[in-house]
Design a protein around this ligand. Structure first.
Ligand code: PMP
Length: 282
């Protein structure tokens, strides 16, 4: 694989970052993951807008202008002959002597790499995934897409140990989101329910697109908090993310959702999402 590090395209074994990089020492960095279908990017402008917001919240300089970031993404697709998969981009505040306050004049670090893998035809899409609920032990600014991913890693390990696919995080019995995706349920009346936007959750790019497509398809949408109990009794459940699109959830804490197979609303929204995203891909 060819990776990008601070201006250079290099084989991954030759890529180097300072041990004083604040991303490494303090998780002082943000990232975006953009999916690629047919060699083109899905929702790239929305990922750029969220990156801009994450940087602003942390008073971090952008490593390059948006046109240049886009050009680097395209170059990474070309150099890695990426047809289907992900592009990961990380911006950190850069290298400086270790101190909690932000250093003045540090040069932000920019790293990109690609991951080739099937996104359309996956076991999760075909069979749905099983999740457990776990306490949401993350910090209070989940709307900033930082690289501090230890809490979700611990939650995903709890799911793995429990023999299921993923975890939904909850606070006081109310679902926040999945470990790396937004959580949605479908009521008996066919209404899609997903938590409203706040600093409690990441503002998913896929979530926004799926809600837009749902409304356009006359599917009712309610953005509000829902409990674990409500989720377990729902007609359907699913998750959204750039890497999983729309993926049905067929079991929560050992309780089958609906009839325990991917539901019609989730399958329809997945089909619409892929079709519309391909049309609009850049
Ligand atoms: N929530 C969390 C906690 C995530 O890590 C992610 C994926 N990075 C998402 C939601 C989904 O966001 P997106 O649709 O932008 O990939």
């Amino acid at each position: 694989r060819i990776v990008y590090v601070n201006g250079d395209y290099v084989p991954e074994a030759e890529a180097k970052i300072s041990v004083f990089d604040r991303g490494f020492l303090m998780a002082d960095g943000v990232y975006e993951v953009t999916s690629v279908l047919a060699g083109r990017m899905i929702d790239f402008a929305a990922h750029m807008a969220r990156l801009r917001r994450s940087l602003a919240e942390l008073e971090m300089d952008a490593p390059a202008g948006e046109a240049e970031l886009e050009a680097i993404h395209r170059e990474m697709i070309a150099r890695n002959a990426l047809e289907e998969g992900m592009i990961y981009m990380q911006v950190t505040r850069g290298a400086a002597d270790r101190d909690f306050t932000y250093p003045e004049g540090a040069e932000p670090s920019l790293v990109l790499f690609t991951q080739a893998r099937p996104l359309r035809d996956t076991a999760g899409a075909r069979n749905g995934i099983r999740v457990i609920t776990v306490p949401d032990i993350r910090w209070a600014r989940r709307d900033i897409k930082t690289v501090q991913l230890l809490a979700p890693s611990m939650c995903k390990m709890a799911a793995k140990t429990a023999g299921v696919d993923d975890a939904w995080m909850q606070e006081d019995g109310v679902v926040t989101e999945g470990t790396s995706n937004n959580a949605c349920i479908v009521t008996a009346e066919g209404t899609v329910v997903t938590r409203d936007l706040s600093s409690d959750i990441l503002h998913g790019i896929t979530r926004a697109a799926v809600l837009r497509f749902a409304r356009e398809a006359q599917v009712k949408v309610e953005e509000r908090a829902f409990t674990v109990e409500e989720a377990r009794a729902a007609a359907e459940a699913f998750v959204t993310s750039a890497s999983s699109f729309v993926t049905p959830v067929v079991e929560i804490d050992g309780t089958a959702i609906g009839d325990g197979t991917p539901g019609p609303v989730a399958r329809r929204l997945r089909d619409i999402y892929i079709e519309e995203s391909l049309k609009a891909a850049t």
